[in-house]
Design a protein around this ligand. Sequence first.
Ligand code: SF4
Length: 749
Amino acid sequence: MTQGNNIEIKRAACYQCWWQCGVKVHVKDKTDIIKMEGDKDNALGGRGRLCVKNSAAIDFHQSPNRLNYPMKRVGKRGEYKWQRLSWDQALDEIADKLSAIKKAYGPEALAIIGGTQHGVADWASWRFANMFGTPNIFHQGKNCGEAEFLAMCLVYGYTTRSMGGGARAGLTKCIINWGANLAESGHLGFANIIRTKEKGAKLVVIDPRRTKTVEQADIWVQLRPGTDGALALGMMNVIIGEDLYDKDFVNKWCVGFDKLKELAKSWTPQRVAEITRVPAETIIEVARLYTKSKPAHLTWGVATCQLGQGDKGAVKSAVLGKCILRAITGNLAVTGGEPFTDHPYILNWIDNIKWDLLLDHPDRTRDNVSAAEYPVASVKGYRMFREAMAKVYPKGFGAAHYMVFPSSWAMWRAVLEGQPYPLKAICTQGSNTLVNVSDTPKTYKAFKSPNLDLHFAMDLIMQPTASLADYVLPAADWMERPNLRTDWGFSNVYQCTEAAVEPLYERRDDYWMWAQLAKRLGMEQEWPATLEGMFDLLLKGTGLTFAQHLDKNLEAQFSFGSGTTEDRLYERTGFATSSGKVELFPSLLENLGYDPSCDYAEPPRSPDATPELAEEYPLILISGSRVKEFWHSSYRDMEKLRRIYPKPRLEIHPENAQPLGIKDGDPVYIETPEGKIKQWAKVDPGMMRGVVHADGYWWFPEMPATEPCLFGVWESNINSITPGDPATFDYAGDNNFRALLCKVYKAEE
Ligand code: SF4
C-alpha cells in the first residue's frame, strides 16, 4: 500500500514476542521505518491491539547494539576479542567443523539451542537438525509448556487451544486461568478472556501472586506454589464424590475411571486445604462452579510446568490433573470449552520439517542425551506417540514432535563428561542460555569447556551466551523478513505477512543461514535458496504461493485455517491414544516405565518435603514470571522499556519484609543453597505470606562484556542460583523455577 511522500505501509506481523500481532509499518523511501500502528484488519493478529514491547520496535531495529556483521573469536572464549569476516568464510569454516565433528563423533554430537527471538527460524533449525541426524534439539518449549503439552497428548492425544483462545464469548460459562498471568504474558488471550467474562462467564484465577489477571477474577485461588496437583485432586474428590462429572462421557470414553475414583477419595478438600493453603470451601466452590458451568475452559500455564522433580513429582501431578479435569467434566473437543487443535495438514508440517528423519535417519544411532532419564521426551517416546496416534493421524498429531528436547543439565554433562556420549558442537540461535536455564555456573562451564569444539551463535544483539561463542552471526529482525506464522506446527493456523524493509548491513534471516549450511553439507536440493521459496514449499497444499497470499492480504484477506477440529471429532475417529479413549492413567507413560498416576507429590524443596532445608531457607521462591515490558531475556537494552522497568524486582509480602527491615525499593540478597544474587524489593501485600517472587532472565547490557562481568550475568540472574541437580527436574526433564526455597536479606546499594 503506497501513500504520498514516498511512504509505504507494509502489513507485517510484530515479532517482538511470539504472538505475532498484525501491524502496519510505515516506511519512508523504502528504508526508514517511521511509524507503527496496529492492523485492525488482522483477525488472527489481535485486530489492532499492540503491547508496550512494540513501542520499542523501531529503536530495536536501529539500535547500535545490534549485530550487523559475522564475527569470529580471536582471543580466548570470554575475552571478547573479535574479527569481522565474510558470511561465506564464516559459513565455510562452520560447515567444515560440523562435517568433521559428524564424521568423528556422529551427528548427535551437535545440539541446537533455540531461543524466542527468531520467529520463522524455529522450524528451520529443527528441519536442519532432522536432516543432519541429531535428536539434540533444545528449544524454549523446555522452559515453557512442554510438560503440559506432553500430558495432553498422553491423556487425550491432542492439545487444546488453551492460552485463553479456547474461550468463546457468549458461550463459555466458566474460565479457570491456572498458572498463567495472561494479562502480562499474552494480551490477546487475556482480551479474549475479558470479552468472555463480560458476556457472563465466571473467571477463576489460580495463582499465589495477586497479578493483573487476578485483579479481574471472580474467585482468586491463592495456593502454595508447587501444590497444584493436590488442588486438582481435591477438585476431583468433590466432582466425583458429588456425582458432578459427565457420566455419559466418562462411561463411554475414559479408561481408568474406577482407579481414579479410588485415588481421589483420599484427597478430601480438608486434606488438600492443609497442603495448598486454599480454604476447603474455596476448593469445593471452584469444583462445583467448574462442573456446573459448561462449556468451561481451563487454561494451560507455564507455572504448572516448572515445579520440578522426577517421576512422582509435582509437575506430573499438576499437568495430568489439569488434563483429567478437562476430560471428566465433558469439556473436551467442545466449542467454548476445550476445542482441540487440528492437524497442521495445510502446511504439510511433518513432511516439510522432516520429522520422519528424526525417527529413521540413516546416520543416527543414538537417542538424545537425556533419553535414559526422561524417555517421554525422546525419540523413543516420539515413536511411541506416533504409533499411539496413528489410528487418527498416520504420522502422529502435530504437537507430538514438540516433545523430544533433551534436558539442559544432560547437555552440560555430555559436554563436560562425554556421557552418555560427547556433545562437541552447539549452535545457540537467539538463545541467551546462560540466563534462561537453571544452574548458570554449570552452563557457563560447558560453554567455556575445551571439550566443546564449536559454538556458533546467531543473534540480534550481543549477550552473555553469544559472547562466549566462536562465531557470532547477525540475524535479521522481524521488520526485515517476511513471516509465515506456523505456531510450531501445533495446529492448522497459518498467516502470511510481508517484510517492511530490506535487512540492514549484513543481517540475514535465520532460514537463509541454515540453508547455506545445508548447501555446504550436501543437502542443498532440499533447501530452496530463499525464505520465500521455502514458504512456497510449505504453502504448496493451499494452491497459492507466498506472494499470492500477500496479494490476498492486501485485500484484507488474511489466510489461516480454523486451528481446531470439529466438535466431538472423537465420536467419528476415537481419541489419538493407544486405546482410542481418554486415558486417565496414560498407558504410554506406563510403557515408558513411569508411574502413570496423577497422585500428588511435594516439589523437591518445600517446607513439607525438606523441613531441615526450610529452617535455613524459610521462604518459598518462585521465579521467572513473565512481565509485559520484556520477552524473557530480551530488551534489557531498550531504554524506553528500562525506563518503565529499570531493575529486577523481588516481590515480598509486608509481613515477611518488615521483620527483615526491608522496605519497598531496598536492594536485597536472595540466597539459595546454590548462592546469592541481588534484586530490589517490591513490598506487595498481594504476595502470599511466606512466598517471594524473583524476576527472571536478568542481565545488564550496559555492564562490561568482558569476564568476569559478562554483562552482569552473575548479578541478578536468578538462574545462577537455581539448582542443576537432576533430581529437581520434572518427568520430562524441565527446569524447576517455581517451587524452591530461599532466604532474603538486605543488601548494600
Ligand atoms: S504482544 Fe506485543 S510484542 Fe508481542 S507480537 Fe503483539 S505487539 Fe508485538
